[in-house]
Write a protein of this length. Structure first.
Length: 93
């Protein structure tokens, strides 16, 4: 289950299907990532999509996980009590 978002465009896309604040070429992939996040419940269930490149973040982002969307774009999140929290879309460069 997804409990909270940091990125308003991701939240709108998830709740309303409105992707106007996201890149059109990323909508399909982001939709799949959000679907997996919604159904995962634990980090062990996240590595379900080929090429997702799930990995734990370090440093200031310790406690967060990242999955690839395209190029430098990643969806980051953390899991707590069966929920994905602070879901965000970031360009890491």
């Amino acid at each position: 289950m997804i409990g909270s978002f940091r990125h308003k465009g991701l939240k709108r896309f998830y709740e309303e299907g409105d992707g106007r604040d996201l890149r059109a070429d990323q909508l399909k992939r982001i939709g799949r990532v959000l679907m997996v996040l919604e159904n995962a419940g634990t980090i062990d269930n996240m590595d379900m999509l080929p090429g997702m490149r799930l990995h734990r973040l370090k440093g200031d982002m310790s406690g967060f996980w990242s999955v690839s969307v395209s190029g430098n774009w990643r969806v980051i999140f953390r899991f707590d009590d069966g929920q994905a929290l602070d879901v965000d879309l970031v360009d890491y460069h």
